[in-house]
Write a protein that binds this ligand. Structure first.
Ligand code: GDP
Length: 327
């Protein structure tokens, strides 16, 4: 057990993203008073000098490293240089600065796409680096794997208390709804929302509908991150997920039922399916005593309610340029 004092200096790197904003909400709810964040305009996390200068001045004691350039299957395959460079640099600068300034604990967040494309399912932690990666997200996966190894190397060589967690596909309030760069769940919410508004009779969903994915609500992930920061002390990265999977077809039906009941679903097999199956083995996390609490249908409903509210109030939503009229 690591007792994190209520006034500990806690840095959330990437606080504007889906994950970072959920972690900030979770830490605030827990009563932590000394939360540190940096905006892009203030510190470019890809720049070692800027990051080290900020760490030297701000002196964080605990770091949630959840910053990165992220995106869905299309963004990953069309912007490989950004995905590789940005993520490699961000992980390296922050881990290095954390070591240099004596950060007590750092939690680094990866992604389930680190595992080989055709690996046994559900995927256990030790299946990392046992086969070729899925080509549609290889640049991102390579950077994320380097981040895990970086934390392990700093632990081994310098005795740093740096741990890693690999979440499954995430969704929730604050997600990116831009169809060119989003993941499937927010994309489907948006497609059904707009189809309904336009009076359309069907929605087109990419791929065959056959791939299987696991989805974790980001509030559950934030809870798991705090749990691990307090409880987990190991070099091995830990999987964080629900251990439950659905096909893309089932997901599309669940989103349809929540957003636009009655609409038809048509699949476009010209679009890539990506990994055939992606399910984490979460037995280690369960053995530590953590389980998710938000079911998929409930999570879709609350995420859609959040989106509708945000659009109605004219609040910025990633992917929506101009908020449409309320309703
Ligand atoms: P992945 O888990 O890394 O493959 O990332 P995605 O969330 O982008 O895609 C998951 C699956 O959903 C893939 O099989 C996609 O082809 C499928 N999919 C269906 N419709 C969409 C969509 O509108 N956007 C995205 N990003 N994926 C979609």
């Amino acid at each position: 057990m690591f007792d994190i004092p209520g006034d500990a200096r806690i840095y959330v790197a990437g606080h504007r993203g889906l994950v970072g904003s959920a972690i900030v909400r979770r830490l605030a709810r827990e009563g932590f008073t000394n939360l540190l964040t940096t905006g892009r305009e203030e510190v470019d996390l890809r720049n070692q000098a800027e990051v080290e200068a900020w760490f030297a001045a701000a002196r964080p004691e605990y770091v949630f490293l959840v910053a990165g350039t992220v995106g869905g299957i299309l963004a990953n395959s069309t912007r490989p240089a950004e995905f590789l460079y940005d993520n490699l640099m961000i992980h390296a600068t922050v881990v290095h600065a954390a070591w240099r300034t004596g950060v007590r604990r750092l939690l680094y967040l990866g992604s389930s796409c680190i595992y080989p494309r055709l690996t046994a399912q559900p995927m256990r932690e030790e299946q990392l680096l046992t086969g070729p990666l899925e080509p549609t997200n290889e640049p991102y996966a390579v950077a994320k794997i380097a981040g895990i190894r970086l934390c392990q190397a700093y632990r081994r060589q310098y005795g740093c208390d740096f741990i890693s967690a690999m979440p499954t596909n995430l969704y929730g309030p604050g997600d990116n709804f831009d169809l060119a760069s989003s993941h499937v769940l927010p994309a489907l919410i948006r497609r059904f929302h707009e189809a309904q508004a336009a009076g359309a009779s069907e929605v087109v969903v990419w791929g065959t509908g056959a791939p299987r994915r696991e989805f974790l609500h980001v509030d559950d992930l934030a809870d798991a991150c705090l749990f691990l920061m307090r409880r987990y002390d190991g070099a091995e990265h830990l999987n964080v997920g629900t251990g439950e999977e659905v096909t893309i077809r089932e997901l599309a039906e669940a989103v349809r039922d929540a957003v636009a009941p009655g609409l038809a679903i048509r699949f476009d097999p010209e679009k890539p399916d990506g990994m055939p199956r992606k399910l984490l083995d979460v037995s280690r996390l369960h053995a530590l005593g953590w389980r998710h609490t938000i079911g998929l249908r409930e999570g879709i409903a609350t995420t859609y309610a959040w989106l509708r509210d945000a659009l109605a109030r004219g609040e910025p939503v990633r992917g929506f340029a101009v908020p449409p009229a309320a309703g």
